[in-house]
Structure formats: C-alpha cells, structure tokens
Write a protein that binds this ligand. Structure first.
Ligand SMILES: [Zn+2]
Length: 275
C-alpha cells in the first residue's frame, strides 16, 4: 500500500527518471481487476496522454500525481509502479502501461485495490484526492504541534482509539494502517488506547514520533515491506509489523503481538505499549 513515505520516494524517483519523456502509447485496463479504479473511461487514457511530455511529479498524502501538459495522472492505495528500461520485459498483467518515445516504459499494477486516474487538470473531484491535497503534509513545517493539538482536541476524537485517530477519516492523509504501527510503538502507545486517556506527555510523544518516524521512513527509501519505482524494497526496517510479529522487542525483550482490530492487523509490543 502506498502511504506517505513511499509516495515521497516514488514521486522523487519518477521526477529523476521520466521527466521530459514523450509518451508514445498508453494501454489502460488491459487486465481486468475488480478493484482497479479509473477516472471515466480508461480506454480514453491513450487519447489524453499520447504525444505529450511528462512534467513534474508530486505527492500529497499517499497520492502520487504526474503532470503531463494539461493532463494529470494520479495513483493511490495499492498500486505497484514500475519503471522498465528499453528491451526490458514488461509485466504480463497490468492495469496501465505507458510507453515512451525512447522505448522505456512505466507500468502500474493493482494489488488488492487502488486507483489510476487520468484527467484534465482541475477536473478531478474525488473526495479523498481533494482532502489529501488541501491538508498539510506531516513532513511539512505547517504540520506543527499547534496543528496537531487542534486535530487531537476536536470533540469527536476523544472517544476514538489511537489507531482510529491516526488512520481513519483522512485526518492525516497518507498515514494508514502500515506506518501507524511504528509511530505508535515509538510513542509507546497501544493502538487501542483511547485518545481521551492520553497524558500531556503522551500526546507530545505521539506528535514527535509521528514526525520523526515518517521522516526516517521517507529518508530511508520507504518501508522494507514496500517496493519503490525500480522494484527495490525500502531501507526502513519496521520495528513492529509482519516481519517482527512473534519476535522479542529489541527495547524491552517482551513479545511483539499481532491482532486483528478495526478491519486490519495491529502490531504492538506487549511490554512497551501497555493498554
Ligand atoms: Zn518493548
């Protein structure tokens, strides 16, 4: 799943790799996928894109957006984006294949679910996209302690658990069920802890952990569970996640547990993150 750190890494790699390339041909929705989302008719993507030059790529929340003259191409959620050199084999199955004049290409494949949206600039009215775009990135200076406290003190938050606060309702775009595990571990807060029970120190720890954990993940090329634009896994080793579940915590020696909670898995240290 593309979350904030991976979006930062992939958008940068896209800029460094395909900026200025001329698009020769685009095939969208070639392999049927029930949970691949498109904007209007994917068969029209080629008409919108062919002959145009790739401009700047950007990210906000877990979204990656490539500007292509008067058109944009955006990706979100469980999309695998891959760059292919000249003569390099393209994936057999894909939901988007964009070939360039120099015979390199980009492919997008949907894992469980994900969006591949192509539209004229300003036309896209997807609610998640607009929300992600208007809110400050947790990596930006605008996302400061004051801003964090403002979201945390909103009356509807008090009844929520730490996980629900961080990862639902697009409160903090790009922060999903993946990155939240280490954010809570570093803050020593159990995912099920109610926000109303946080002490002042805990709120501050959560803010600091949110900023520093995401910064580390982004600066190390994303998490080791996710692939970048060149198919390489990220360099950030998650502390609590599928790779460490059942092992002992390196801080306190207690076991790292996996549980199902709110339609997804949570991972936490039974010693560091008491309920
Ligand atoms: Zn521990």
């Amino acid at each position: 799943m593309i979350e904030l750190p991976e979006a930062v890494v992939i958008a940068r790699q896209i800029n460094e790799t395909i900026y200025g390339k001329k698009i020769k041909k685009v095939v969208a929705a070639k392999s049927p996928h029930r949970f691949a989302w498109y904007y209007e008719d994917p068969n029209k993507y080629d008409d919108l894109l062919a002959g145009k030059k790739v401009g700047d790529s950007d990210c906000f929340g877990g979204w990656i957006e490539i500007k292509i003259e008067n058109v944009c191409l955006s990706f979100c959620e469980g999309i695998n984006l891959g760059f292919h050199k000249k003569n390099e084999e393209r994936p057999q199955k894909h939901q988007l294949l964009m070939e360039f004049g120099d015979l390199t290409a980009v492919s997008a494949t949907v894992q469980m679910y994900g969006g591949i949206y192509c539209y004229r600039q300003g036309q896209f009215d997807n609610e998640y996209y607009l929300k992600a775009k208007e809110k400050p990135s947790p990596l930006s200076v605008e996302f400061d302690w004051e801003y964090f406290i403002k979201i945390l003190s909103s009356p509807d938050i008090k009844v929520l658990s730490a996980k629900a606060f961080l990862a639902t309702n697009q409160r903090i775009p790009g922060l999903g069920n993946g990155v939240l595990q280490d954010i809570l571990f570093n803050a020593k807060i159990h995912p099920k802890r109610k926000v109303s029970t946080f002490t002042g120190d805990e709120s501050k720890n959560l803010f600091d952990s949110l900023k520093s954990t995401l910064e580390k993940m982004a600066s190390r090329g994303g998490r080791e569970t996710e692939k970048d634009f060149f198919g390489n896994l990220g360099g950030y080793k998650t502390k609590v996640g599928k790779n460490t579940a059942g092992t002992n915590c390196r801080k306190c020696g207690e076991v790292i547990k996996k549980e199902t909670y709110m339609g997804g898995s949570i991972y936490y240290c039974t010693g560091c993150q008491k309920l």
